[in-house]
Design a protein around this ligand. Structure first.
Ligand code: PMP
Length: 427
């Protein structure tokens, strides 16, 4: 008889095999294998500033309102709590009232990752194409691989995706007769994961124009605008969401948001705002999945939103992350500022700094830097994980650093360990 694990592996689907070997699982294993490791890899939020008291107050109010509590313990619709969706629309688009969508276009999910998964399921047949910046959010790359999408990377700099590179990618797709396979352009608009860059106003406008033209000339195409970090701005003025920049953008832009970064990832509430004509098909799929994401979490988050707990909490975390970003920048400057070929960008918000190393340094899991860094007790996300497989060269000489989890002292120590490893490899 074959061993038990090979017998059970015969049960798994082809689709399950596409999810095996994802970097997120390996990174977590590394953290377990080296318990003293200082992780600059995890994209977790700061444990110390999680909103314990605000959540206690929200739960207290909820527990005193028996009718609401009873409702929250029952199933709700696949789209999620109507009252919460309405409050969410008022809140998220308060500075852009003309772009405020109807509540019917909002779908609540268990974190915005579930929404990304739902989109992948709804839009992608094997071989379909998604365009993304290189680098981009690596977990979504895994999701897209799981549905056998081809992901084409376009160049990106401190202002996000470069529009000339996007136009070249689109021209190649059109020239090879693959226009009908192109489904979406994915962008993390503000302080992106992993590069910390923000799509500039000018590029937001160009992106809309480019997609409008493609839709006229080639056929349907969506923009997936992932706004996961939008609320974590440390400086500079807020930029308009894509749907606020053109009266027709809501026909083809899907905007995603989450309370994971601004309040709590454990409550697991995210959302997507979708074009009118996509709502019912998405909800059919979502009904098959779960009949609606956890209603109790939605009502708790609603309570935190309408009572103002979220707004009161934001300045605390923004100040905390700004201080931690500055600690990481100061440590990088002190430890690696004099090493030729080492560069980083200064994010105006969010949780990440993208570090580029001299070209000959391989920061991937197969290279010596990874070995030295983990042995000396520091973990990072190798940049190659964040690079789409097609379109742009994979950036092996780069990494994503997160200042979300560690204290300022931990960040300084982590960068000190990392810098020693970099110097060792640089020779
Ligand atoms: N989008 C981006 C760009 C992210 O970085 C994350 C979390 N790391 C998510 C979506 C999903 O977060 P959640 O499911 O917690 O809302």
């Amino acid at each position: 008889m074959p061993p038990a694990d090979s017998r059970s592996s015969q049960l798994f689907s082809h689709r399950a095999s596409l999810s095996s070997g994802q970097p997120i699982g390996r990174l977590m294993m590394q953290a377990l294998n080296y318990p003293d490791l200082l992780s600059l890899a995890a994209g977790f939020v700061d444990n110390a500033t999680l909103p314990c008291e605000a959540t206690q107050r929200a739960m207290q109010r909820l527990s005193c309102n028996e009718a609401l509590l009873r409702r929250s313990l029952q199933y709700d619709s696949a789209a999620g709590s109507q009252a919460f969706r309405s409050a969410l629309v008022d809140y998220s688009y308060r500075n852009w009232p003309a772009a405020q969508p109807s509540t019917d276009r909002v779908v609540l999910t268990a974190g915005s990752n579930q929404f990304l998964h739902l989109l992948a399921e709804a839009l992608i047949d094997p071989g379909d194409i998604v365009i993304a910046a290189s680098p981009t959010y690596f977990v979504f790359l895994g999701t897209l691989r799981g549905v056998e999408a081809r992901v084409i990377g376009v160049r990106a700099d401190e202002n996000g995706m470069c529009m000339d590179s996007l136009e070249q990618a689109l021209a190649r797709i059109a020239a090879t007769g693959e226009s009908s396979k192109l489904k979406a352009i994915y962008t993390v608009t503000d302080f992106d994961n992993p590069a910390g860059s923000t799509l500039s106003l000018e590029r937001r406008q160009r992106l809309l124009e480019i997609v409008q033209r493609w839709r006229r000339e080639q056929g349907p195409l969506l923009i997936l605008s992932d706004n996961a970090y939008q609320q974590l701005r440390f400086e500079g003025s807020e930029l308009p969401p894509l749907t606020a920049l053109s009266p027709t953008a809501s026909d083809f832009v899907i905007e995603l948001g989450t309370f994971s970064k601004s309040f709590s990832p454990g409550i697991r509430v995210g959302w997507g705002v979708v074009p009118d004509d996509m709502v019912s098909r998405l909800l059919e799929i979502k009904s098959n999945m779960d009949f609606g994401s956890p209603h109790f979490s939605q009502i708790l988050m609603w309570e935190a939103l309408v009572s103002g707990e979220l707004e009161q909490h934001l300045p605390t975390i923004i100040a905390g992350y700004r201080a931690k970003r500055d600690a990481m920048l100061a440590a990088l400057h002190a430890q690696l500022g004099d090493v030729e070929g080492v560069a980083w960008r200064v994010p105006q918000g969010g949780l990440y700094i993208w570090l580029s190393l001299p070209e000959h340094i391989d920061a991937s899991e197969n290279g010596p830097l990874w070995k030295f860094a983990t042995e000396s007790g520091v973990l990072y996300v190798p940049g190659n994980y964040c690079c789409p497989p097609e379109g742009q060269p994979v950036q092996n000489n780069s990494m994503r650093l997160s200042y979300g989890v560690q204290s300022s002292a931990g960040i300084t120590e982590g960068i000190t360990r990392l810098a020693a490893a970099v110097r060792r490899v640089a020779g």
